[in-house]
Design a protein around this ligand. Structure first.
Ligand SMILES: [Zn+2]
Length: 152
């Protein structure tokens, strides 16, 4: 069944190797995610679509222990909610991106470890459409990470 991104042009999809879509300023070269209408550093509106590296390093992380409010709500209820990891990942030299992690087990996470962009199920809409979002998976996650990356 087809799956749709939670928002347009945040990551390349469908794709075997999805990439986040950022913006690169044509004036000062500043890179941001997601692509902004104008550059936060110099105010230029000459911001071009710029695909970010797929892999980066884990800058910091925490776990989301309670149900987030809209617009991040995924349709979970307090009964179905399970904690998940949230991290800030440095992608290349260019930008740090916040996102869900594929694990909430902090024992498996360490600062500076290599992370990779994956696309994971986010929610199922009332009409049965699967909505997907991006997340970061530890590159050496082994079976669990490979499973999640392969779910389409
Ligand atoms: Zn700029």
């Amino acid at each position: 069944m087809a799956s749709v991104p939670f928002a347009p042009d945040v990551f390349t999809w469908p794709a075997d190797e999805p990439q986040l879509v950022g913006g690169r300023c044509g004036e000062c070269g500043s890179v941001t995610f997601p692509q902004p209408p104008s550059c936060a550093r110099c105010g230029s509106t000459a911001v071009e679509r710029h695909l970010l590296p797929r892999r980066g390093t884990l800058w910091t992380f925490t776990t989301q222990e309670f149900l987030p409010k809209e617009p991040y709500a995924s349709g979970e209820t307090p009964e179905t909610f399970r904690p998940y990891g949230v991290g800030l990942v440095q992608l290349g030299d260019e930008v740090r991106v916040e996102g869900r992690l594929t694990t909430a087990d902090v024992a498996r996470l360490e600062f500076g470890m290599e992370m990779e962009v994956v696309v994971v199920p986010f929610r199922i809409d009332a009409d049965g459409t699967e909505v997907v979002t991006y997340a970061f998976a530890p590159v050496d996650a082994g079976v669990e990470g490979a499973d999640q990356a392969g779910e389409r």
